[in-house]
Design a protein around this ligand. Structure first.
Ligand code: GLA
Length: 714
């Protein structure tokens, strides 16, 4: 429900309330975001004459009113607010002051699709739009709020006015009175993405960002603000995330009176965006999800929303394909015959899809050349793309290809004919990453070229799937057509325009995202590519951590997850095949190995595992996913259907110990009053959820997995 009375906006669902108020000088205050409440939270405002706090001129002799400490919904410079601003508007004369005053609002039902950005269409969502105008530059802000279940989406448009403005910073923000928060973030590196970190927020500013032109392995663009006492099982917390795939800035700070400010939006120091009259910058949506019942419940609520409205394949094509990808099987060393043999074997194991990874185009036999030349290497394949695809599909298996459309090798025909299509500065040698340069996706000529060349590949190769990789970050923010300060933003719009075009033109195509594994794992990209390769680290023991870390924010259905060979290529560790397969079941299952090198026994096990995955897939991908243990000893998760009738528990124990201790976990998402069978034994729901379950490890080897099916009996 969205209500408006005397300047007070109340947005509420059964899970949260969000309140704002237009004050008597027209500024928009943020009063409250949290568990559902009734009433006007401006009772929380404490107006006192405080030393060194400046008051707006209109307040006259009233020195108790100051934006130095009042909680704000947007924060700018020049208003007496000395905290870190979220919006900096530079005027033509270089002035940095702005003063956004309420000028109107509307309340309506049903959010609509925004073309060109990841958007959310919810027919029955309650929506609010508030307009604020800057009396100085005559620019305006349109703030949008869309509420559904436990989630609130915020949108912001900045419209240029009579005077040219330059946005130096454009983040969403929100202040919180009497704040006691831990900031939880997800950092990492290539092959070790989304490690969970937690720090108490005190009178300091914690800033996290990416200036890499992509969200990055190093820092995800989703954060959790939790009460200090919040655990996995209890306490309140909210997720703040951005439907965006580029550079970003997040900060959390606490001021002298314990009011906190949380801000998140696109762009880094490279960002500087000018607007004149008639021009609008539309920010990607901010997404907030709230729970009073611990981080486990928060992830479940957020994942339900993301699965339903964001990371979903909108139309036809393969449903939940089990795939085999040849990267770790062959790397660049293959020919057509080898691929045919792998694909045939993949089919015999039960796969639906064969994916040909890097090295099939131009003259690419290592990572030094050919990116940009998206034509098959007939010498290497021994045939055309059409013939290869036909040969593979004849086995009754679909065909998919790896591409890295945003990259270009200097040794490529594309670079030789279009050096101006690359992000680089005249007179300076571009910085190389994996010997690649980055195409200028802010240039429409480039995105038009990509649309044409990718369409041709999809049609010629009869592709059911495409793995869209991105293997370096942007260093040279210079374009031959776009002002430098806009590139961070316009590049991502260019990327989205190509993905949107392909999605509309090829409704049966599944695109899987990838960026050296999980370097661009974000809600923005998941909108177009509902699954994404989680990490280049395929070691089961390290991957379980990456899966559990990612599951705080992202639905398991979006995790590209494969069984690879041993010793593992990243860690050189040898783990049992059943363990590798159990870890790969947490996500979209696949194989990343040479099936010709498997023993008959291993092949039989994989066949059985694929059949088992198909049965479990609806629970894993459409059910709720709970982390039951995430410790150095034990990674354990429980996926359970939303009706609580069927579940699967996956537990991975790491090193063995002499005279080991036992492991117990408490299940979630069941009915305490129900009766359940766990692998043939009967238990009450209350027993499983409150007393727990003894995990039946044999303790006979390191890296042992336990997988248990839970079924409701009554
Ligand atoms: C990236 C991907 C890998 C593989 C290689 C190919 O690293 O994450 O899965 O596709 O590129 O070069």
């Amino acid at each position: 429900m969205i209500g408006y009375i005397d300047g007070l906006f109340t947005i509420s669902t059964s899970s949260f309330t969000y309140e704002m108020k237009v004050d008597s000088f027209g500024r928009l205050l943020h009063l409250y975001y949290g568990a559902p409440i009734e009433g006007d939270a401006s009772s929380l405002l404490s107006l006192r004459d405080r030393g060194f706090s400046a008051s707006p001129y209109e307040a006259g002799k009233d020195r108790t009113y100051s934006y130095d400490y009042l909680p704000l919904e947007i924060s700018t410079l020049g208003e007496g607010d000395f905290r870190t601003p979220s919006l900096i508007v530079e005027r033509e004369d270089g002035t940095l002051s702005s003063s956004f005053i309420y000028s109107g609002h509307r309340i309506y039902k049903g959010s609509e699709r925004i073309k060109g950005l990841p958007s959310v269409e919810i027919a029955d969502a309650e929506c609010l739009e508030i307009t604020l105008s800057d009396s100085l530059s005559s620019s305006s802000l349109i703030l949008t709020y869309i509420a559904k279940d436990a989630t609130l989406l915020r949108g912001m448009q900045i419209k240029g006015g009579k005077e040219k403005i330059t946005l130096r910073k454009a983040l969403y923000s929100m202040d919180e009175i009497s704040s006691r928060r831990d900031v939880i973030w997800f950092d990492g590196r290539h092959c070790s993405e989304r490690n969970i970190k937690r720090e108490r927020l005190d009178t300091a500013t914690l800033t996290f960002s990416s200036r890499r032109g992509a969200t990055s392995h190093q820092m995800n663009n989703s954060f959790i603000l939790a009460s200090p006492e919040t655990t996995e099982n209890s306490g309140e917390a909210f997720i703040i995330s951005l439907l965006w795939s580029g550079s970003f800035t997040f900060f959390a700070e606490k001021d002298q009176y314990d009011t906190a400010r949380f801000a998140l939006g696109p762009g880094s120091e490279y960002f500087s965006y000018s607007l004149t009259e008639g021009e609008t910058l539309t920010l990607p949506f901010l997404i907030l999800t709230y729970s009073e019942n611990g981080l486990g419940d928060l992830s479940v609520k957020h994942s339900r929303f993301v699965r339903k409205y964001i990371a979903r394949k909108r139309r036809g094509g393969l449903k939940d394909p089990v795939l085999l990808n040849n990267w770790e099987a062959t790397y660049f060393d293959f020919n057509g015959d080898k691929l045919m043999a792998i694909a045939k074997e993949a089919k015999s194991l039960g796969c639906d899809l064969f994916v040909l990874d890097d090295g099939w185009f131009g003259h690419r036999n290592d990572d030094l050349s050919s990116l940009g030349d998206w034509s098959e290497n007939r010498d290497k394949l021994g045939c055309s793309l059409e013939t290869l695809s036909e040969g593979i599909r004849k086995n009754g298996i679909s065909f998919g290809l790896w591409v890295e459309p945003e990259a270009i090798s200097e040794d490529s025909d594309l670079y030789r004919s279009h050096p101006e299509w690359v992000l680089k500065l005249e007179g300076k040698k571009p910085v190389r990453g994996r010997y690649e340069l980055v195409l200028d996706l802010s240039n429409k000529e480039v995105t038009d070229y990509l649309k044409a060349v990718l369409s041709s590949l999809i049609e010629r190769g009869k592709l059911s799937y495409m793995k869209w990789d991105y293997n370096r970050f942007i260093t040279d923010f210079h374009s031959s057509v776009t002002p430098s300060g806009r590139i961070e933003y316009d590049y991502i719009l260019g990327l989205y325009s190509v993905l949107e075009y392909l999605e509309e033109k090829y409704p049966d195509l599944l695109i899987e995202g990838c960026s050296g594994g999980g370097g661009r794992f974000d809600l923005g990209l998941l909108y177009y590519t509902p699954q994404s390769w989680l990490s280049d680290n395929t070691d089961a023991i390290e991957r379980i951590d990456i899966e559990l870390g990612s599951s705080y924010i992202y639905p398991v259905s979006s995790f590209g997850s494969h069984v690879s060979a041993v010793p593992n290529h990243q860690t050189h560790r040898t783990t049992p095949l059943f363990t590798r397969s159990s870890v790969a079941m947490i996500g979209s299952y696949g194989l990343e190995l040479d099936p010709e090198k498997l023993s008959e026994e291993e092949k039989d096990l994989i066949r059985r595992e694929i059949k088992e995955y198909r049965k479990l897939c609806p629970i894993i991908k459409e059910g709720d996913f709970y982390r039951l243990s995430h410790t150095p000893e034990l990674g354990c998760a429980f996926a359970v259907s939303q009706d609580g009738r069927e579940g699967v528990l996956i537990a991975i124990r790491r090193l063995s110990h002499g005279n080991p201790k036992d492991h117990y976990v408490k299940l979630k998402g069941l009915d305490e009053k129900g009766r359940y069978s766990v692998e043939g034994k009967e238990y009450s729901g209350s027993m499983l959820m409150k007393a727990g379950l003894l995990l039946p490890f044999t303790y006979s080897e390191d890296f042992e997995a336990v997988r248990l099916k839970v079924k409701r009996l009554d």
